[in-house]
Design a protein. Structure first.
Length: 241
């Protein structure tokens, strides 16, 4: 299942006339790139959770060549159900499945993620990217007596970030209610509290969430610099002798 129903307000003005999943990167709608990647990694069927400007998404993929390589279904959201809510609403997820946002540019190996998920018998596996952010000021450690006990000049903060891509066991649906809004962070905490196994799949792949115009520009630059890394199904014909 791919979330493709948001308004993408942070990516305005591009999303004023286009749904975010159809915003092109390197001349290819970002959602089409995702679907072609899924095909390459062996996925055969996808459900798109659509909402905002959904007729445009349906019209585009009714004609797109990728629709002949992967079965595309649609779940129309009439009310927002959060980033996880659609999982409980759509029937048919009776085996392990992939769940992700539809506005990501990545080179993640989706098949490897699913193998890792099954090997660990997890309820939920989160694709994880390690991130490092340098703080541009000196950071002080101060105790309760207002005494400075440490001073670190421009430290680097490291953290593990969710890519917005998840391998799921169908048993997570037992912890959700159809038609009730639920976001992924709340679902993760609910699963942990219930004793379910939640694991992280680390990858050094390229990953970028196109959240704003600056990220969109970075995505376009990365795609143009190494198109073959994102569209491995694309074969360039050799020039004739």
């Amino acid at each position: 299942m791919i979330l493709a129903g948001g308004r993408g307000t942070r990516l305005a003005p591009y999303t004023t006339v286009l749904p975010k999943p159809l915003v092109p990167v390197g001349g290819v709608p970002i959602l089409e790139t995702v679907l072609r990647q899924l095909c390459f990694h062996g996925f055969q069927e996808v459900m798109l959770a659509v909402g905002y400007l959904s007729p445009l998404i349906r019209a585009y993929f009714n004609e797109a060549p990728v629709s002949k390589r992967i079965r595309i279904g649609y779940h129309q959201e009439h009310e927002p159900l959060g980033t996880a809510g659609p999982i409980a609403t759509v029937e048919g997820f009776d085996d392990d499945f992939l769940f992700m946002n539809g506005d990501l540019l990545t080179t993640l190996d989706y098949a490897a993620l699913m193998r890792f998920h099954r090997e660990h018998a997890a309820a939920l596996t989160i694709a994880v990217a390690d991130r490092h952010t340098q703080i541009e000021v000196g950071v002080l450690g101060i105790n309760e007596a207002s005494e400075v006990v440490s001073y670190t000049e421009k430290p680097t903060h490291s953290y593990s970030a969710s890519m917005g891509i998840y391998a799921c066991s169908p048993r997570i649906r037992k912890h959700m209610q159809a038609g009730v809004a639920l976001d992924v962070p709340a679902l993760v905490l609910r699963l942990i509290a219930a004793g379910e196994k939640v694991v992280g799949f680390r990858s050094e792949c390229f990953w970028l969430d196109m959240g704003n115009p600056a990220d969109y520009a970075r995505a376009a630059e990365a795609f143009e610099a190494n198109r073959a890394a994102f569209l491995k199904d694309e074969v360039t014909a050799a020039p004739a002798d």
